[in-house]
Write a protein of this length. Structure first.
Length: 207
């Protein structure tokens, strides 16, 4: 039996998935919580799940940031993101954080069931549209990599932090710099990449 956990803050969606899983003969819903915090507080070694269905937009800790805490407590858990987001930024942030699958909330329940079985067997289930975006990302022209090669090691560090959602203040604290130093580096980064905003930076970086 596959033990499934759910973290979804929208009650109707959470309960619908829970009900569907409970009707399956080869899996059961061990926990269904509305936040990462509630999941961590409720889950023990006795209630640990094999597969976790995790939303991104959640009250408190986001699904992407929450994976660090979940994986730290339960390193063997397999996580499938179930979200409305299909942009490169969210996809790669989720995969980088530890997700092994990525589905949209529009996924029919039979496909969700297949994904749970797949990931529990070592697969990496993704919606066709998500898989296509991953392929497009790796097949894109090398011009972006060439532009990024013009950046210094420090500038590339800053780009990574900004893409991950760090503020200038948090970036400065992490790198033990002043905010003004970070602003100076960002100005140079924008100039080298021919952009004018963080949104353009994220678009260029993520494809």
């Amino acid at each position: 039996m596959i033990s499934v956990g759910i973290i979804e803050d929208i009650t109707d969606i959470r309960e619908s998935i829970k009900e569907f899983i409970s009707l399956q003969q080869d899996m059961y819903c061990a926990l269904a919580e509305e936040s990462v915090e509630d999941f961590l507080a409720s889950t023990t070694t006795d209630t640990a799940v094999d597969v976790l269905l995790l939303d991104i937009d959640l009250p408190g800790i986001s699904g992407i940031n929450g994976m660090e805490f979940i994986k730290d407590k339960f390193p063997e858990i397999d996580i499938i993101m179930v979200t409305i987001y299909e942009d490169h930024e969210k996809i790669f942030s989720a995969l980088k954080a530890g997700a092994a699958g990525y589905l949209l909330k529009t996924t029919p329940f039979p496909k969700l069931r297949e994904a749970i079985i797949d990931i529990n067997s070592g697969g990496a289930p993704m919606e066709p549209i998500i898989a296509r975006k991953v392929i497009e990302f790796f097949n894109r022209p090398n011009t972006i990599k060439e532009e990024q090669s013009e950046l210094t090691s420090k500038e590339n560090q800053i780009v990574n932090y900004l893409v991950d959602g760090f503020t200038y203040k948090k970036t400065a604290e992490t790198l033990n710099n002043s905010i003004e130093t970070i602003r100076h580096h960002v100005k140079n980064i924008y100039k080298k990449l021919h952009i004018n905003s963080r949104a353009e930076l994220m678009k260029k970086r993520m494809g």
